[in-house]
Design a protein around this ligand. Structure first.
Ligand code: ATP
Ligand code: MG
Length: 418
């Protein structure tokens, strides 16, 4: 992926209005800024600026999954009904989000909404002894979900990329250690993407094998969930488990919590032997005895994360991105007013920045200052560098920080890190 782009060559255009049927703030801004294209309700395409941003989130998640010992794979989206019947998750009564389709040669096929079943079956070919465990497998893969509601823009779509990791352990102690490792990796990810201070690890319902699961919930008015946060600690509990009993269990008073609206950006879940016993994934222990593998699953939705970021960080002028996430670091803007010297200076600076492998979107368009600034505000790149007659005369470039609006005058040497 190239690190520089001339805006005159970027095929997307900004627009003043979002489609009239688009109700969510994140999608309205992302469409207006040319990050995404709306195909239909709950279905969006990613355009260059949007894809670069999404890929930055994916890169951070991948780095942390690798650091935690994950091995990346990519399974298919097409799902075999016989497999899902073995775990009782094929029927529309048990799973209400399936997209199903027909094979021309006869028989049904599903479009995967999650991957516990196929990954468990895959591991049967590779796990036989205790020496083959523990393992962590993850992927960035398309999930299809026939969601009823599609009013939250990219936070809830009918097709989305999920990072799903699955852990395979020999004992509950080993599983608990992997679970704790994933929990830490998640905290690191939410800090790195700039949502740490708004994100709570909450207690959520645990299913059959564990008392609780945990969700990572980011505070935002656009969220669809309610979480309860303790008034003087970070302890947070999901609505569905917020009972006197659970509070007593955690040694706290129900009265000391307040409700907040939030969005689930990730979750970590102990699966126990639910899938390994149904699909017969076993390992032989040191005595040669067959034992079901203990599993966990760990999901994050990069696009939901991106949507939440827009909801929490954008202002009335447009998008605002943390540096690690932004599609480009610098938005170089030439205000030449027909002055060839100014344009030549901006071209030269762009060339220098390119040589330093800096990440730059160069607004080289022949447009009015007002239009360029409005677009730059909408697109939300962290630092704007202005080249004009004024900066040419002074020998310093104006650098404006998008998030705060603060402006500095900086020498070229400093800008280029020389
Ligand atoms: P929700 O309760 O919000 O529907 P979920 O419990 O169905 O979420 P999981 O199946 O655990 O979510 O998926 C893991 C992660 O994938 C979620 O934490 C979220 O970040 C993301 N995600 C889930 N559904 C969607 C969707 N329809 N669009 C975009 N991201 C999603
Ligand atoms: Mg769901």
């Amino acid at each position: 992926m190239s690190n520089t782009l001339r805006q005159s060559e970027l095929f997307t255009k900004t627009r003043k209005e979002a489609p009239s049927d688009e109700v969510s703030k994140n999608a309205q801004l992302l469409i207006r800024a040319g990050y995404i294209h709306k195909e239909m309700a709950g279905v969006y395409s990613w355009l260059p600026l949007g894809l670069r941003t999404l890929n930055n989130i994916i890169r951070i998640i991948r780095e942390e999954m690798d650091a935690a010992g994950g091995q990346e794979v990519k399974l298919t989206g097409l799902q075999d009904p016989t497999l899902w019947k073995e775990t009782d998750r094929w029927s529309d009564e048990n799973v209400d989000v399936w997209f199903k389709t027909q094979l021309q040669s006869g028989g049904e096929l599903g479009l995967g909404f999650t991957h516990e079943e196929p990954i468990t079956r895959l591991m049967k070919d590779h796990v036989s002894s205790y020496k083959d465990l523990p393992r962590l497998l993850y992927q960035f893969q398309t999930k299809f979900r026939n969601e009823v509601r599609a009013k939250s823009g990219v936070m809830r779509t009918r097709e989305f990329t999920m990072k799903d990791l699955y852990s395979f352990a020999r004992t509950t102690e080993e599983h608990d250690a992997l679970y704790a490792r994933m929990s830490e990796a998640y905290t690191t990810i939410f800090n790195r993407v700039g949502l740490g201070k708004y994100t709570y690890k909450t207690f959520a319902s645990g299913g059959v094998f564990a008392k609780y699961s945990h969700e990572f919930q980011t505070l935002t008015a656009a969220g669809e969930d309610t979480i309860y946060i303790h008034t003087d600690s970070n302890l947070a509990i999901n609505e569905e488990v917020f009972t006197d009993e659970v509070c007593a269990d955690l040694g706290v008073q129900k009265a000391d919590f307040k409700p907040h609206t939030a969005s689930e950006v990730g979750n970590i879940f102990s699966l126990g032997i639910r899938f390994s016993s149904a699909l017969n994934l076993q390992f032989k222990d040191e005595e040669g005895k067959g034992t079901p593998v203990i599993m966990g699953s760990y999901g994050i939705g990069p696009a939901r994360l991106l949507g939440v970021m827009v909801e929490t960080l954008a202002d009335e002028k447009g998008l605002v991105w943390p540096e690690e996430i932004a599609p480009f670091q610098y938005h170089l803007i030439v205000l030449d007013n027909g002055n060839e010297e100014v344009r030549a200076d901006a071209d030269r600076l762009f060339h220098e920045m390119k040589g330093k492998d800096m990440s730059v979107l160069y607004d080289d368009r022949h447009a009015r200052a007002g239009e360029k600034f409005a677009d730059a505000d909408l697109i939300g790149i962290p630092k704007r560098i202005i080249v004009s007659e004024k900066t040419l005369a002074s020998g310093e470039y104006e650098v404006v920080t998008r998030a705060t609006g603060t402006s500095l005058f900086v020498h070229e040497q400093e800008l280029l890190g020389n």
